[in-house]
Design a protein around this ligand. Structure first.
Ligand SMILES: [Zn+2]
Ligand SMILES: [Zn+2]
Length: 469
């Protein structure tokens, strides 16, 4: 079979930010699992000699908004990197001998291996407890644990001989590493943002030999392109819960689906920090715990987190900084006044606004909870940056109790099925080719997979030669 396309070997990104991407930070809509950094497009932003972000020529094919947003993300990354470097200088280099530093670094790296080994041991125990353990998995886990053993023993020995000063340094190094990851996270977000839609990855059909491409998508929450797409996918996913919820309600006659919105009182003009947002989430959890206790008492049931379910989405007002959440609550009747009182006690800052009402329909409730994630995402790059900053490291959409981990796993198989109609024809990402600029596919007349799927069957194109065969 001749693909009729020039196979250009993939040249990995230069040593740097993208090559060291933490797992899962570079995501593509299709195959998150296999795009862990390796298949990211080349970086389009770097730090100029004046310390400001510099765009590669290709970046000017992106929209002005996308570039502006990327610039703000990158500047944040540069700022945080400077703080990390300053901290490393003051708290590590200035205060410790090089021997101490290298020993502490070795212990810190070694502790990661210990954590890895512990995780593998837990997975092994889990598999052993299964009614029908998989012998291949057991063997593979066991050999991986054995392979780590010498390193683990070495680090434990090293840690046993470390002084208190050195152990304290290990803690400092851990914090610095965490901050450094955050800084690199901003830079990666910037790289993804500006590269969004500019590159594509080729997919080869295994049976029929057709060839397609798919856009690189940044998956950033406030990307003008991806934001609405992510939102649609999210709504579609949760709408898939209609049947399980209907079944639950049928089995629990006193339960209803409610709309439940919770608001924090506004403190000045300042945008809430990520800590404020995290605190709000902790408080929401506390409120739902109280609801569970309330339901347990009322119905004489033992306490359980599963007594209710709350699915919610965090939100700021469109043109203000009021932190609140919209959500759906699966529960028996709860009085608004009671909820408001509990919320006032938990927050202890004057917040009391809680709104609960029975939902008209399942559809309306889900859309209500998730409405704003897509609709009023961010009017401009500055606002997008402000929101990213507030929500840094936190999930905006969360499910508690019945909703926790309730979503069906994504059907990867269906996602990689070739549109030719043959149910055994699957698409495989072309790893050798890596990410290519869109012009590469245009020149070769390779079709956009998502467009083809939207149009339906590819049979219409059969004579048009829009794929290479
Ligand atoms: Zn096919
Ligand atoms: Zn995007």
């Amino acid at each position: 079979m001749s693909l009729g396309v020039e196979i250009v070997p993939y040249i990995p990104a230069p040593e740097g930010i993208l090559a060291h991407a933490p797992e899962g930070t570079i995501t593509d809509y299709v195959d998150t699992a296999e795009s862990k950094g390796k298949f990211a497009p080349d970086p389009l932003i770097s730090e100029g000699s004046d310390g400001k972000p510099v765009f590669a020529e290709m970046a000017f094919r992106a929209s002005g908004r996308s570039r502006e947003q990327a610039r703000l993300f990158y500047e944040q990354g540069l700022k945080e990197t400077r703080l990390v470097n300053a901290r490393r200088w003051h708290e590590v280099q200035c205060q410790h001998l090089s021997g101490e530093i290298s020993k502490a670094e070795a212990i810190m790296v070694g502790l990661e291996t210990v954590r890895k080994q512990n995780a593998l041991c837990r997975a092994l125990e889990r598999e052993e407890r299964c009614p029908a353990p998989n012998p291949f998995l057991l063997e593979s886990l066991d050999s991986r644990i054995r392979a780590l053993r010498p390193d683990v023993e070495a680090v434990l020995e090293l840690a046993a001989t470390a002084s208190e000063r050195e152990l304290a340094l290990v803690e400092v190094l851990k914090q610095i590493r965490k901050q450094d990851r955050k800084a690199r996270g901003w830079k990666l977000k910037a790289q993804r943002q500006v590269a969004c839609g500019l590159f594509g990855k080729q997919y080869d059909a295994e049976k029929c030999g057709r060839v397609y491409f798919r856009h690189f998508r940044c998956h950033n929450r406030y990307c003008p392109v991806c934001g609405p797409y992510v939102h649609q996918k999210l709504v579609a996913k949760y709408l898939g819960l209609e049947k399980p919820i209907a079944e639950f309600l049928a089995g629990h006659p006193s339960y209803r689906l409610h709309i439940l919105d919770i608001t924090a009182i506004k403190r000045g003009e300042r945008m809430p920090s990520p800590e404020d947002v995290r605190k709000f989430k902790v408080d929401v959890k506390k409120l739902i715990e109280r609801v569970n206790r309330h339901v347990a008492e009322k119905f004489g049931l033992p306490y359980s987190k599963q007594l209710t379910g709350y699915l919610y989405c965090l939100e700021f007002g469109f043109d203000n900084n009021n932190l609140h959440c919209h959500g759906v609550l699966l529960s028996p009747y709860i009085e608004q006044e009671w909820l408001s009182q509990r919320w006032r006690e938990i927050r202890n800052d004057g917040s009391l606004r809680v709104l609960i009402a029975e939902a008209y329909s399942f559809d309306a409730a889900i859309k209500h909870a998730l409405e704003y994630t897509g609709k009023y995402a961010a009017p401009d790059a500055e606002r997008a940056f402000e929101l990213e900053l507030a929500f840094a490291g936190c999930r905006r959409v969360d499910g508690l109790g019945w909703f926790f981990n309730r979503l069906p796993k994504e059907d990867i198989e269906a996602d990689l099925r070739c549109p030719c109609g043959d149910s055994e024809c699957f698409l495989k990402p072309n790893r050798e080719l890596g990410w290519q600029p869109l012009s590469y596919f245009e020149e070769r007349g390779i079709s956009d997979l998502d467009e083809v799927r939207e149009r339906g069957s590819p049979s219409r194109q059969k004579d048009g030669g829009s794929w290479v065969n």
